[in-house]
Write a protein that binds this ligand. Structure first.
Ligand code: ZN
Length: 378
């Protein structure tokens, strides 16, 4: 039996693997050392043998509550990811599975590879009315890809959608893939109606270094990008610096920052209610968006989520709060589960096909809120 993780987004350390029933593993921390939870590794040579994989440093992971009621993802063909029996005893996370084939992959959530990212970007950028910009470079020199859909300027409303500031939240890029596929479908009437009136700026992966390195939250310099928006720097957070600079040029009327939440079994939005300049117009737009998305997708809900910040008490280093304050626009963080939706569970849990459909549904909600978007500050 062999266990490996030296590949795109791989992460595991093998403590002992002499016996398939007593494999001892640990997750490697992100650069910066303060976060870990993402894992992704391959087991070969264990076909037909009952694997018992014990991740021994699970209790000190960033979100130990994320392990409660969690089931690990597994795949033979790297296309379909299914869930396997997983238990958490308060110390270690134990994954049990008897592989039906010679090679099996395990991951915290279905990975979204750099190769897939590159292929989809290459496909989309060649479609009519789409432009590609490298809006910045990561710490290690990777491109931060920005797709622009529609012309800039001329009184059009501007939507910005970014994903994977936290690289281990791969469902965020699956979601954006679904959104873009529907937005760029020439036969899709809602997409056509939106594209007549809005220009979209989309960054499917804000943190390409962290994604490839198998990080949960940080970039290669150890920065949590969603705490860098108040003062990004070239050394520590060039990914945010480049995007923020481009936003200053375009303005923002609608902003969505797509994430995954380790613990909560729900899809939900988190707004910018605690910013100093929070307005009735922002509040109203957020309500309209939420109601429209409820109508468009039963996988979304508005009951459960994060506690609302008190007035003036928002953390202003985050993308959503910084954008909402700077532009006076509707800005939201979108959270999806690693586990499943409690109200609409499925055998594979939350999954790439479901995240893509939730991305599709965004267009219905954006269309509904278009008339209600506040006049943004330039
Ligand atoms: Zn996140």
């Amino acid at each position: 039996m062999q266990i490996s993780s030296v590949f795109d987004s791989g992460n595991i350390e093998v403590i002992a693997a002499e016996s398939p029933s007593q494999v001892r593993l640990a997750i490697r921390p992100d650069a910066g050392g303060n976060h870990y939870q993402w894992f992704h590794f391959r087991v070969t040579g264990a076909r037909g043998q009952a694997l018992r994989l014990r991740i021994e440093n699970a209790a000190k992971a960033s979100y130990p509550d994320g392990w409660v009621d969690y089931r690990a993802c597994a795949s033979y063909d790297r296309k379909h990811w299914f869930r396997v029996p997983t238990t958490y005893d308060g110390t270690a996370l134990t994954i049990e599975h008897t592989p039906a084939h010679d090679s099996v992959y395990f991951a915290y959530f279905a990975p979204y590879s750099h190769e897939r990212h590159a292929e989809r970007i290459a496909h989309w950028q060649a479609l009519p009315d789409v432009r590609l910009e490298c809006v910045g470079r990561s710490v290690l020199g990777r491109d931060v890809d920005l797709l622009r859909i529609g012309e800039e300027g001329a009184g059009r409303r501007v939507a910005w959608i970014i994903a994977r500031q936290h690289p281990g939240e791969t469902m965020a890029e699956w979601f954006v893939e679904g959104l873009l596929d529907r937005l760029l479908d020439p036969h899709e009437p809602v997409a056509r109606a939106l594209r007549e009136r809005m220009t979209f700026f989309v960054v499917p992966n804000m943190n390409p270094d962290g994604s490839t390195l198998g990080h949960l939250r940080n970039n290669a310099a150890g920065a949590n990008l969603n705490r860098e928006w108040a003062g990004p720097t070239e050394q520590r957070s060039p990914e945010v610096l480049g995007v923020r600079r481009r936003m200053e040029a375009t303005g923002v009327d609608f902003f969505l920052d797509v994430h995954g939440d380790e613990a909560l079994p729900y899809n939900f939005i988190s707004g910018a209610e605690g910013i100093p300049s929070w307005s009735a117009a922002q509040e109203r737009a957020q309500l309209v968006y939420g109601e429209a998305l409820l109508a468009a997708s039963p996988d979304f809900q508005t009951i459960e989520g994060y506690a609302r910040s008190d007035p003036g008490k928002a953390n202003m280093t985050m993308a959503t709060t910084w954008v909402a304050e700077r532009f006076g626009c509707l800005a939201m963080t979108f959270e999806q589960p690693f586990k499943d939706t409690k109200d609409t569970p499925q055998p594979d849990g939350w999954s790439p096909p479901r995240a893509r459909r939730l991305g599709h549904a965004q267009l219905d909600a954006i269309r509904a809120v278009l008339e209600h978007l506040p006049e943004a500050r330039r």
